[in-house]
Design a protein around this ligand. Structure first.
Ligand code: GLY
Length: 561
């Protein structure tokens, strides 16, 4: 190993790939869903940038090279550990336009109007990504805006060869983009699907990025880009106004913190449910010997499912934007509360979600979002960003190359009616003008004795939380390497519907039989790679070695040195 590391130090990117997805380094690492974007982050690190510089550069590049979720028209969350040890978070989640109100997606009979919160101009929240990335850079970066943004501008201007995966993804969306000429112009080759290997250039997006690079946040929230967004809203009954855009502000918030078997867990607090639920579920698991039960055993799956069931029920009841709703965060993060929530846990028998709330069907839509991790010099960055579903609302604002998000669907559109991910919300997450919609994004940092251990997060809608959780449990309880912890099959339960979702081969037939005998219901085997099971691009810091993994479920790259 030492010899391998010595050899690594003589080489440049990527230093050493034990598999296509895992990379070893000694100083710095970036991992993301796009190899182009990871290369941008890596080059920034190599050029002397810190982890925030690289994260911001990678995120802007993802807006160009991974348009399904990378964005400047969406929002996200970042959890950052500074080299001195302080952990902070930046909430750059979208906000509801000022005119938004509780019943805006309901008809005169109080019924949900199909598609209005997912596939219309009204689905878009006020974008937060640009403000967030610039605020991050200004506060903790060391490079100029121009330095970190130029690679993204170059990728958009000069273009890049489409991978098979990206060409396929874009082709699949053309049907839902057909009625939006600017979307078709951007994502098709004169109406026909692009092919792998085609060079994809995005002149309009390059111009939008250049305006941000030149003018900072005013290059997006005011001036040409803002005017084009507002014009498009006015033309198509959208709600975002010039005032909404000019008034957008990201928010520094304290990280939520937990302790799990001697490790410190830092996550994103409300308006994301991600960090709170990861910590709450870990608190519920801590009194049990998961290691002795063994990875994938019926008893381990049962325990985790029962903890998840209870935590997701709490999510529906208690979580929302803390600026609008008194989230009982202290209670939810409290270990005694976790114990009381598990007081009716029976190691031999499943509980039923219907005893806690009402059921609902599983929606056919696949969720999207994307996560990147960066490490350098003790600085850790976990950043998750999204347009909500893949390619957001599918609407490109003419002249800008910018996709509108459909994040409004993450609000509780109607009390007890499930959203895209079938998660249910109540008053805590009701729509109000200026409010942030509840998220599941869970950018997470794990430390041990104050020292960096793991950077992790994932896409996957409601499955973001259970994906992130399983990587942590796999490493801490089951003693796995980070590549095993990320790669092995995952499962998921979210209270409603009362179903155990699992990746193909995720539950062996005899494990499933034991779980059925315990009383578990609603088993759903999903094809490998479905986004519900995430894309957990993680970095493990093991002494002097930095190990990056690109989740093998999807393409992208971990690059380091
Ligand atoms: N739109 C997915 C999430 O925020 O959780």
């Amino acid at each position: 190993m030492k010899f391998a590391i010595f050899l690594l130090s003589l080489l440049t990117v990527p230093l050493f790939a034990a598999s296509p997805d895992i990379t070893f380094g000694q100083q710095a690492m970036v991992t993301s869903r796009s190899s182009h974007a990871s290369k941008v982050g890596h080059d920034i690190l190599k050029a002397g940038g810190n982890a925030v510089d690289a994260a911001v550069a990678t995120a802007f590049a993802l807006a160009v090279t991974y348009p399904s979720a990378g964005n400047i028209g969406g929002g996200g969350f970042a959890v950052i550990r500074l080299p001195g040890g302080e952990v902070i978070t930046l909430d750059h989640r979208e906000t509801a336009p000022a005119s938004a109100h509780r019943d805006m997606y309901l008809d005169a009979n109080g019924q949900v109007i199909k598609g209005l919160s997912t596939a219309s101009h009204k689905a878009a929240g006020v974008p937060g990504s640009v403000d967030g990335l610039l605020v991050l850079l200004e506060r903790y970066g060391s490079m100029s805006r121009q330095q970190v943004m130029q690679p993204a501008i170059d990728l958009a201007t000069r273009g890049f060869a489409l991978s098979y995966d990206l060409a396929q993804q874009m082709g699949r969306r053309l049907k839902s983009m057909a009625k939006y000429p600017a979307s078709m112009a951007k994502f098709s080759d004169n109406g026909k699907p692009f092919k792998a290997g085609d060079i994809w250039r995005q002149a309009d997006l390059a111009r939008s990025l250049q305006l941000i690079s030149d003018q900072g946040r005013d290059g997006f929230y005011k001036g040409r880009t803002a005017e084009l967004i507002v014009r498009e809203m006015q033309r198509s009954k959208g709600d975002i106004t010039a005032k909404d855009l000019a008034g957008y502000q990201s928010v520094w918030r304290p990280a939520v913190r937990g302790d799990y078997r001697g490790y410190e867990i830092y996550g994103m607090g409300p308006p994301s449910s991600g960090g709170t639920l990861v910590i709450q579920i870990l608190n519920m698991l801590e009194d049990f010997d998961l290691a002795a039960m063994g990875f994938g055993s019926a008893s381990a799956v049962h325990l985790m499912v029962e903890a998840e069931r209870r935590a997701y029920a709490d999510r529906a009841e208690h979580l929302g934007d803390p600026d609008f709703y008194a989230v009982p965060l202290k209670m939810l993060l409290n270990k005694k509360y976790a114990q009381s929530r598990m007081s009716d846990y029976d190691p031999a028998t499943a509980s039923l979600s219907k005893d806690i709330g009402a059921g609902a069907p599983w929606p056919p839509e696949s969720p999207e979002t994307t996560h990147l991790s960066v490490f350098k010099g003790g600085m850790m960055v976990a950043l998750t960003t999204t347009l909500n579903s893949g390619y957001g609302s599918k609407i490109v604002v003419p002249g800008t190359g910018i996709l509108l998000n459909n994040e409004m669907n993450d609000f509780s559109i109607k009390e007890n009616v499930p959203n895209l991910y079938n998660v249910i919300g109540r008053k805590a997450n009701a729509i109000r003008g200026g409010k942030r919609m509840l998220s599941s994004m869970a950018p997470t940092l794990v430390l041990r004795a104050g020292k960096p251990f793991l950077i992790v997060g994932s896409p996957g809608g409601s499955g973001i939380i259970t994906t992130t959780l399983q990587v942590i449990v796999n490493m801490i309880d089951h003693g796995m390497s980070v590549d095993e912890a990320v790669s092995l099959s995952r499962f998921h339960h979210q209270w409603q519907p009362d179903s155990i979702y699992y990746e193909k081969h995720g539950l062996s037939p005899d494990t499933r039989l034991i779980l059925e005998k315990m009383g578990h219901i609603g088993f759903r085997e999903l094809d490998y790679g479905l986004f519900l099971f995430g894309d957990a691009n993680a970095i493990h810091i093991q002494g002097e070695t930095v190990i990056g993994i690109k989740d093998p479920r999807n393409e992208g790259a971990a690059l380091g040195y």
